[in-house]
Design a protein around this ligand. Sequence first.
Ligand SMILES: [Zn+2]
Length: 72
Amino acid sequence: MPHPFRWQPGEGQRHATLKPRPRGGYPADTQIEALCGAQITVDNSEVAWLWTTCPECNKTAHELAGTPIGPV
Ligand SMILES: [Zn+2]
């Protein structure tokens, strides 16, 4: 079963969002609301995927997925 959220880097961290992602992903500079409540600006640069995971999004995402929280 697919998870209802997507990981999306923005604002220097990897956040998760419940917003449906358009085919091909969000365009850069799109404003989306993350699971932690922050409004983030989408960053699709290569290095963005190396950023650390937002702890609040990680917690909420694992609750939604029903899985234990692993190492961040
Ligand atoms: Zn977050």
